[in-house]
Design a protein around this ligand. Structure first.
Ligand code: MGD
Ligand code: MGD
Ligand code: SF4
Ligand code: MO
Length: 852
């Protein structure tokens, strides 16, 4: 027998033909009949076969959310119902089926995107405006009309502004609706900021949970957050160090894995520095270096020492492009101040940051630190991809700045196959289609985002540095905001910010002052944990139900058209419609949405299209897109072909264009920081050294607090969710579940076995979750993914396993959320874990949908 026929016999043996399948199906049905003794006719098939694509209408659109990428979804619909979703197959930009090249890759959806139908039509979908009737957090609402909801909200906004001033309402919108050009949710370009700014009442939130430490580092060092290469450059690297980066789970671009596999095929070596051995490490056969969380800056300092000690640094690069790397590159005005090299070699403080010194702190052996330093300094080109997670820590900014120093001292910046990330924003998209003018991002106070509860609880006895007030040049400078309410738009921040118990305390404090004295509004497409704590829930049309264009996330160079695929479900409206209508009620409708008239609330079609057409003109004029709007709409996607791989700072390094810093150089010694004299008058509040330094975090495996709380919890991002989005989708929870991952020796020490349920707790809170026991996580560390929908029991204990009951709301000076700076203890419990609200869907929708 040939191999071919052996194979086909083998395949046939396992593939039921339709006939065989029908026979066995009716046999099962017949058996059931006998058992049930019902004289009914057996049906071979309980439902109609699926319609084929040619019976359906096909519409190209994109997936959404703050998930690390932006992929194509293709809706196949019957009437107004999406019956199937597929993704890019190469044809939608007019190419042959299967086109998928290095220059023009397909943007294929991940498992979350492909399950989107179940989010769209989920029982948790919010269909009507709802008004709270129980206590905050109790989850009791009644259905109201839009008119009732918006008149009451407008009235209460006016009351709060008049009584408590222009800081009374806090904007906590975030990136849930991110990366559309028109329907935006975020602090800087979002629709809510402009709405509240025009209204004249807004406390904004300036620190970003994702990467404030990293952003700070990129801006201080390079003068920009656009320090990223496009993903195809990874295919050209010879050494890839994944530092706290797990692209198999947390995407930072749509096709990262494809290009990294290409690098692997071309002989690239991979290293992972991470407390856990990740799927990315497994995929690329990486050398795993387990590191104690929140000690990365120390390990990097040890590497820098070893590189200098062996003269492996690129002095030519340093002399041309870097400020303050060594005494010779210090600016004239700062002569005599400590340079980075002096710090590392211990010339001022008498502590050389040797690999041995670092090993004590980070738990990696000095030999391994030396080995990695040598690999990085002697392999050209080499990519040190310093991801955001290790920066989501106390003094996380120091880790990212230290990484930039390593990248610069080895001359791996601005070259193909190198890497300067950092934030990693690469190709610059034309991002805003709605009126973005002098009213955008107007605020009357701006604070570190996870300090609102602290501010409410301690008002007015709060020092400006405690909440990181951003300075102003007017009489409002330093005014402590009197926060009386929050608008959540595209954000589940009540569930996602640090120290949820403190947020609960704050919201209850306001509630105790009476219903009129505060206002919490949640605009979302589903019922969310945040919504449960709000006074109004406003149903928002999803990106399948409104007209927009999707931008790529931090990487990628394409646009995807998002038509109205189906009509908005229930009574939902777009965010833009809601703000426009509210603006009319508050007296500034025409200014807020200049292309609209009052009937925009009923039909946004022409106005949205007009904004998008204007935007496409900009794309054509500024970016050279060579098709018109109608053709773009018809194809659904426009992929730019770049003349060469996009490498950040290529022009600076190849042509001597100055960097965007004040000195025009890569500032390892920051001129800006060096000149600050009164830190309390900056948004940072507390001192930050002018050069990158190791600073001991307030809790870690090295601190005394381990006697009480011996485990360090990190909370990376889940593969099966985008933060909290998709937590209610059973399909996705069948792929992965919320678990506490811990080392086998630790579990044994606690008498805990695989699958046991534990309580993870510290002095801030606790949560209940099952355990996954493994060797893939280093001893002393426990991993608990962020984004579970908090689910409090009658004793106020979270049964969902949400790590933000454990995190501290004390941010790093530069604003980094310290999500990964958490000690805790773990004990076995009889309490049961509740994985997702959909288990209670019937009960929940009853509570939410009945008329109370
Ligand atoms: N412990 C811990 N906590 C963390 C993190 C961590 O690492 N550890 N990471 C943090 C990070 S980096 C982030 S970015 C945050 C994310 O925090 P969030 O931004 O709060 O998280 P999401 O779950 O993405 O919530 C977005 C919400 O927007 C809604 N939404 C989506 N589209 C639209 C729309 O068009 N309009 C409106 N009005 N709503 C829409 C979604 O339904 C969802 O409820 O979480 C942070 N929390
Ligand atoms: N699937 C999915 N993808 C996403 C998101 C999502 O929710 N789901 N969210 C998106 C968003 S908004 C963001 S901000 C990014 C986040 O992107 P990242 O910050 O890169 O992602 P994380 O998953 O938090 O962490 C990545 C790795 O860092 C490790 N790590 C944690 N603490 C430390 C530490 O102290 N030191 C070291 N060396 N390693 C550490 C974790 O074990 C994990 O393997 O992801 C984006 N992509
Ligand atoms: S990575 Fe994000 S945009 Fe892409 S399919 Fe998954 S959830 Fe959707
Ligand atoms: Mo994020």
């Amino acid at each position: 027998m040939t191999l071919q026929s052996r194979l086909s016999n083998w395949v046939n043996a396992f593939t039921p033909t339709r006939r065989r399948f029908l026979q066995s199906a009716s046999a099962t049905a017949a058996t059931a009949l006998v058992v049930g003794n019902l004289p009914k006719k057996a049906h071979a098939f309980a439902y109609e076969p699926y319609p084929t694509d040619d019976e359906l209408e096909t519409v190209v659109t994109s997936c959404a959310h703050n998930c690390g990428s932006r992929h194509m979804l293709v809706a196949h619909k019957k009437g107004d119902v999406i019956v199937r979703l597929s993704t890019d197959n190469g044809t939608y930009q007019g190419d042959a089926y299967g086109t998928d090249t290095e220059e023009k890759p397909q943007v294929r959806a991940c498992l979350r995107g492909r399950s989107y139908r179940s989010r769209l039509y989920s029982p948790e979908r919010l269909l009507y405006p709802m008004k709270r009737v129980g206590k905050r957090g109790e989850g009791k609402f009644k259905r109201v009309t839009w008119d009732e909801a918006l008149s009451d909200i407008a009235r209460r906004m006016t009351y709060l502004k008049d009584k408590y001033g222009p800081t009374a309402l806090c904007d906590q919108s975030y990136a849930g609706a991110s990366y559309g050009v028109l329907h935006k949710s975020d602090q800087i370009e979002g629709l809510l900021g402009r709405f509240m700014g025009m209204f004249g009442c807004r406390t904004s939130c300036w620190s970003v949970p994702s990467y404030q430490g990293t952003t700070f580092s990129s801006r201080i060092t390079f003068g920009t957050i656009e320090d990223g290469n496009e993903d195809d450059t990874f295919a050209h690297t010879k050494l890839m160090i994944m530092w706290g980066w797990n692209p198999a789970y947390t995407f930072h671009g749509g096709n990262t894995f494809y290009y990294m596999r290409m690098a692997k095929q071309r002989g690239c070596k991979f290293v992972l520095v991470d407390p856990q051995y990740t799927d990315s490490a497994a995929a690329y056969d990486a050398w795993w270096i387990p590191i104690r969380p929140n000690t990365d800056a120390a390990m990097m300092a040890g590497m820098a020492w070893h590189i200098w000690d062996n003269d492996w640094h690129d002095q030519g690069f340093i002399d041309r492009f870097v400020q303050g790397m060594d005494p010779g590159t210090m600016p004239g005005w700062a002569q005599g101040q400590e340079s980075f090299r002096e710090y590392i070699m211990g010339e001022r403080d008498g502590v050389p940051k040797t690999p041995e010194w670092a090993a004590e702190i980070c738990g990696v052996s000095a030999d391994d630190i030396r080995k990695l330093a040598e690999m990085y300094a002697t392999t050209k080109p080499a990519a040190l991809k310093a991801s955001w997670s290790p920066g989501r820590n106390a003094y996380g900014e120091q880790y990212n700045r230290m990484a930039s120093a390593l990248q610069a001292m080895t001359g791996n910046i601005g070259i193909l196959g190198g890497c300067a990330e950092g934030v990693g924003k690469a190709w610059h998209a034309e991002g805003v289609a709605y009126p973005y003018d002098q009213w955008a991002n107007v605020w009357f106070a701006s604070i570190k985002s996870d300090r609102w509860a602290h501010c409410v609880l301690n008002y007015p006895d709060v020092k400006r540095e405690e909440i990181g007030i951003w300075p102003r040049n007017d009489e409002l400078d330093g005014v402590i905001p009197n926060i009386r309410g929050i608008f959540y738009q595209g954000s589940d921040w009540f569930n996602q910010l640090t120290n949820i118990n403190k947020e609960i305390e704050a919201i209850r404090k306001l509630e105790a002052e009476g219903d009129e004295e505060s206002l919490f509004v949640c605009m979302d497409s589903t019922i969310t944990p945040t919504g449960i704590w709000c006074d109004y829930l406003l149903p928002i049309a999803t990106h399948f139900e409104r007209h927009d264009v999707a931008l790529p996330w931090y990487k990628g160079h394409y646009y995807i058209h998002r038509p109205v695929v189906i009509q908005p479900l229930g009574d939902s409206r777009t965010d833009f419609q809601v703000f426009t209508e509210l603006a009319y009620r508050l007296g500034f409708g025409p200014a807020y949405n200049p292309k609209a008239t009052r009937d925009y609330f009923d039909d946004p079609t022409d106005v949205d299209e007009a904004y998008l057409v204007d935007w496409w003109h900009k794309v054509r004029d500024h970016q050279g897109a060579d098709i018109d709007w109608e053709t773009f709409k018809q194809r659904g996607v426009y992929k730019f072909i770049l003349s060469q791989p996009h490498v950040a700072f290529r022009q600076q390094v190849e042509q001597g264009v100055p960097f965007q810093t004040a000195s025009g150089k890569i500032e390892i010694f920051s001129g800006q920081l060096a000149q600050i004299t009164d830190w309390t008058r900056t948004q940072y509040g507390y001192p930050i050294p002018a050069i990158p330094k190791w600073i001991e975090p307030w809790e870690s495996l090295n601190s005394d607090k381990t006697e009480q709380f011996p485990f360090h919890v990190i909370s990376p991002h889940p593969r099966w969710r985008t933060h909290s989005i998709f937590n209610n989708i059973p399909w996705l929870r069948e792929t992965f579940s919320q678990e506490l991952t811990m080392n086998a020796s630790d579990a044994k020490g606690l008498g805990i076995g695989m699958g046991d349920t534990v309580e993870v707790f510290n002095d801030r809170g606790s949560c209940i979750v099952p355990v996954y026991v493994t060797e893939r996580c280093m001893p002393g560390v426990a991993v608990l993914h962020e984004g579970a929908w908090m689910d409090l029991d009658e004793n106020g204990k979270d049964r969902s396993g949400n790590p933000d009951f454990l995190t501290l709301d004390e941010p790093s000076p530069a604003g980094a959320f310290a999500y990964n700076t958490v000690l805790c203890d773990i004990r076995k419990t009889d309490l049961n874990h509740r994985p997702g609200w959909d288990q209670l869907a019937t009960a929940r929708s009853h509570v939410f949908r009945r008329d109370l």
